[in-house]
Design a protein around this ligand. Structure first.
Ligand code: SF4
Length: 275
């Protein structure tokens, strides 16, 4: 078996696996850092990553009740300022009052864990739990693309499993859960996904099946993807002999993942599911 006990799966690692088993192996099992940029131009790509992080930090501080005026002065850059203005004037208005920003939930699956970090969970205990994910994509992804993302399955599924303590100590019913993707460049066009018991069962079957499959895979079965389009933004291109140059992320930049995060075990605010 290739996976160490206690291995933590995230939506990002599962997304990597379904796109390319080899990328999953290189990134999460071999922890191989490969010196290739994920998109060109490299400096612009790097700048966009930093902007996205800065925007998430501003919102986090705002949700912790830092004064808006003080935060606005930190959004001096034109792009960041525009996103910040969009957030202040166009963020989802119908959210429950109880807000939990940057919360991490975790649940055991077999001898491994499924972990997710949420930008925001807004709660009306026993009634509604709304997951909000802030996106800084330059282009608005279609609903079908978002629906296929592992994030859209992992986040609501895990909230039902592990979010009881945010729900006034009551079990979370799938029908209480909604997920919203809010786009900083398109504040009037958020995408909303309602959740249901049927979907929760379906997600559970799929995610546990996927994790079971990965856990049982022999070392030499982490094969390269047949779909060479997956290699366009992959840092392991030269290692896999799938090209040297990265594609320009201007074209389809929402396909590049900006939402990876550090799953270090010492994070204090991990909340475990009690199963
Ligand atoms: S370059 Fe292509 S085959 Fe290699 S890890 Fe990346 S996506 Fe997979």
């Amino acid at each position: 078996m290739a996976l160490p006990d206690g291995f933590q799966f995230s939506q990002a690692s599962l997304q990597d696996y379904v796109e390319c088993r080899r990328r999953f192996q290189l990134r999460y099992l071999h922890h191989l850092a490969w010196p290739a940029v994920e998109a060109e131009p490299a400096l612009e790509y790097e700048r966009c990553l930093r902007q996205g992080e800065a925007f998430h930090r501003l919102i986090h501080q705002h949700l912790l009740n830092f004064p808006s005026a003080q935060l606005s002065s930190m959004a001096a850059d034109a792009e960041l300022g525009r996103w910040w203005h969009h957030y202040l004037t166009g963020a989802p208005a119908d959210l429950p009052d109880l807000r939990y920003p940057e919360v991490i939930l975790s649940a055991p699956i077999y001898s491994h864990r499924l972990v997710a970090k949420y930008d925001l969970i807004a709660v009306e205990p026993g009634e509604r739990m709304v997951i909000v994910d802030w996106k800084t994509y330059r282009r608005r992804p279609p609903r079908e693309w978002l629906a296929r993302r592992l994030q859209t399955q992992v986040y609501p599924y895990l909230l039902v499993l592990a979010g009881f303590h945010l729900n006034g100590g009551q079990p979370v019913q799938p029908e209480q859960v909604e997920m919203i993707y809010w786009f900083a460049e398109f504040p009037q066009a958020p995408e909303r996904f309602a959740y249901s018991s049927t979907q929760h069962r379906r997600d559970g079957d799929y995610l546990t099946g996927l994790i079971h499959e990965i856990a049982g895979l022999a070392e030499d079965h982490f094969t390269l993807t047949d779909d060479r389009r997956r290699c366009r933004y992959c840092p392991y291109r030269s290692l896999c002999r799938r090209g040297i140059r990265a594609d320009s992320f201007d074209e389809t930049d929402y396909e590049i993942r900006l939402e990876d995060f550090d799953l270090s075990p010492e994070l204090e605010f991990i909340t475990e599911a009690v199963l």
